[in-house]
Design a protein around this ligand. Sequence first.
Ligand SMILES: Cc1cc2nc3c(=O)[nH]c(=O)nc-3n(C[C@H](O)[C@H](O)[C@H](O)COP(=O)(O)OP(=O)(O)OC[C@H]3O[C@@H](n4cnc5c(N)ncnc54)[C@H](O)[C@@H]3O)c2cc1C
Length: 461
Amino acid sequence: MTVAVVGGGISGLVVAWRLRSRGMDAVVLEATSRLGGVVGTHVRQGFAVETGPNSFLDREPATRELAAALGLEDRIRAADVSAKRRYVYTRGRMRSVPASPPAFLKSDVLPAGAKLRVLGELFSARGPEGVDESLADFGRRHLGRTATEVLLDAVQTGIFAGDVERLSVGATFPQLVKLEREHRSLILGAIRAQRAQRKALPPGPGAPAKLGGALSTFEGGLGTLTGALATALGDAARVGAAVEGLTRAEGGGWRLSVNTQGQRAELDATRVVLAAPAYVAQHLVRPLDDALAGLLGGIDYAPIAAVHLGFAAGTTPAPDGFGFLVPPREGRRLLGAIHASTVFPFRVEGGGVLYTCMVGGARRPELVALDEAQLVTLAREELAALAGVDAAPSFTQVFRWPRGIPQYQVGHLARMDAIDAALARWPGLHLTGNAYKGVGLNDCIRNGLQLADALVDGSAR
Ligand SMILES: Cc1cc2nc3c(=O)[nH]c(=O)nc-3n(C[C@H](O)[C@H](O)[C@H](O)COP(=O)(O)OP(=O)(O)OC[C@H]3O[C@@H](n4cnc5c(N)ncnc54)[C@H](O)[C@@H]3O)c2cc1C
């Protein structure tokens, strides 16, 4: 049995790696010349910069299991403790995001009236049952308008670079909906959950040190993980192989049309896993199933650019904390920035400073179309205005992702049910990747491993 996996991002690599580890034949077909998709690490002039994701929360058993199986467990590197501090640029200056309820009461991140409104959350009502709400509607009901625009927006921007008015709360933060359903108030729910956790796990030997999980990367950057998967897959992962067509083969299998540097060839497979973006899957399934193609094509993506600015040692002070986010109400051109050299000091040689500025998103998509020099100028101007960084960088690098992050908009959960129902018409055809059930690296790894296991165990159709 051969499984053809279309797309060599983290999702596709994980599926194929697991299938092969469990004795099933699998091949990855990747259109570009490089495996890893949006994940990758470049090292130049002593700065190790990430093409896309910067880190993951080390609390997902699937990611730990994958790292261990690849011999990478010893190479997981936790962020510096100072990365726990985060900032929001609001009301004209940088303000620290409180990490605990007492800190929130003392904090100036929200004006006094908005803080009082957050305390009113204790009395907030449940939303209408079975209605997929926007993150903004959910946030306004529980936390009020200002906290939604400043704090909730910052949380989603750090993951989706999206628009709170359009994202679905159920698809992006299902844990919030669960808290509301079970406890009505999020604050009450969080307090009860913490109490229950403490009861279940009394402190002492054997108790896990951190339930939240440390923000982490790998020695050598996140490219270490995709590089190890590529090495493990060897010739089973083919680059420069764009899948352009998909048809039913006689006898129930699949026939793929693969374009390898202008040469078209056909490849037969018993099963196909589409791990390419939803807009690619849409084109591939269009001739088979117009309705499924329509559902896939309705998943929107936000463009994003990562603009890295590196400063030689001594030219600008090392910034404190993980980084900062900028709510849309400030009217700025930066979504935020990661203090990459503070979070992971080993990413920069010789004491330099590295900022990773994020531009675009659902809020300002047009900015991602600027050329690289313009993006560097924009990032420098914004860093100077927001964080007072006016030194000249000695290193710059830009990575642009015109369709970077899938947007789980209101209706996404119903769309996923309809996609699953449509897929049931096509045994042997499977979808995975960041467009469907989680955009984080942990989600992609967990979902990829689960799909591969279901294929091996025979529980997938
Ligand atoms: C700028 C940025 C920052 C992020 N930051 C974080 C972070 O800090 N932490 C975190 O957990 N997550 C982060 N994410 C999200 C996470 O990195 C992604 O969701 C995840 O890596 C997506 O992996 P994937 O394999 O599903 O998709 P992709 O990486 O998009 O891979 C899909 C692959 O399919 C290939 N392909 C396309 N068409 C074809 C075809 N016709 N034939 C064959 N192959 C094809 C593509 O070339 C690509 O390699 C970030 C994402 C971005 C863009």
